[in-house]
Write a protein that binds this ligand. Sequence first.
Ligand SMILES: Nc1ncnc2c1ncn2[C@@H]1O[C@H](COP(=O)(O)OP(=O)(O)OP(=O)(O)O)[C@@H](O)[C@H]1O
Length: 331
Amino acid sequence: MTTTFEAGTDASQEASAPAVPMAARTRGLRKVYGRTVAVDHVDLDVPEGAVLGMLGPNGSGKTTTIRMLLGLVRPTEGEVELFGRKMPDEAAHALPDVGALVEGPGFHPFLSGRENLLRVAAAEPRLASAGIPGAVDAALERVGLTDAATRRYKGYSLGMKQRMGLASALLVPRRMVVLDEPTNGLDPAGTREIRRIIAELHADGVTVLVSSHLLAEVEATCTHVAVLQSGNVIAQGELSELLESGNAALLVRTPDAELAVETLRENRIGSRLTPDGVRVDLTAAEAPDVLRHLVTAGVAVHEAARARTGLEDLFARLTQPESTVDGEGES
Ligand SMILES: Nc1ncnc2c1ncn2[C@@H]1O[C@H](COP(=O)(O)OP(=O)(O)OP(=O)(O)O)[C@@H](O)[C@H]1O
């Protein structure tokens, strides 16, 4: 499957609208560890102001891509730009604009949350000494750690540690915030908090890049999506476009479901049984033709409606081998 929705490369857009500026951009990005190709020729576009969800199963290359974006890992091949600056060579110029929560933030176990953040803040080039305590307290408040601020980091739960990482990313206003699996270890209330923070950042015009394997999470919070599989970006673009592209199914409510499936198979149209009828694949068929075939064969069609597939369906469609999709291609 190679469905790709390249941001800003639509021909009509190129002709009329100016290209959207990119907060982050990669071209031909590749990372090889020994025999493992972690990331392979990734062309990723993160438009300024977008909340882009990087979605993919475990081991698909999300963290490695993020690490290369942040200059933490040098690519084997390819280019990375953050706000037009080449990474990792121009990291010192680009990184002050970027707050990041990546795996394993190195906090000191025997210092409190507040003391740890004071240390991080002291190394922050955008913060004058006098502003440090205020910035730390505001960040603790924003992630809900004020009450635990004087406790040792060592005793924090996984969720609290995640919040600490987030607080350090939010110590100063950023143009972009990168969050690698920010809801890992969080309870539902913590997850809602992260959503709220992402929404606030978005409202402030901050670009957010967030990786997740939680599809519902991405669907709820993101404006754009990049789907990774085995180190490749297999689809990217605006969430609404990607959802639209997963729209090619017709739900038919009928008591004659088996006859419907048989009829459609004879006409080389994929379908499968649902609790109250059939779900018809519309990638290679038009809805009126489907209905005509069914009615001609004597199938009682009680209702027919286009299915709006969620990102979950899209994700499954993109990452499954084609042969498993709805019996397509059977005769
Ligand atoms: N430092 C490393 N040394 C060797 N292999 C690595 C290293 N980092 C990542 N890999 C391998 O690269 C592949 C991609 O890993 P990566 O962590 O980027 O995926 P991911 O999508 O972030 O996965 P997860 O959701 O499990 O965090 C995996 O096969 C992983 O084992």
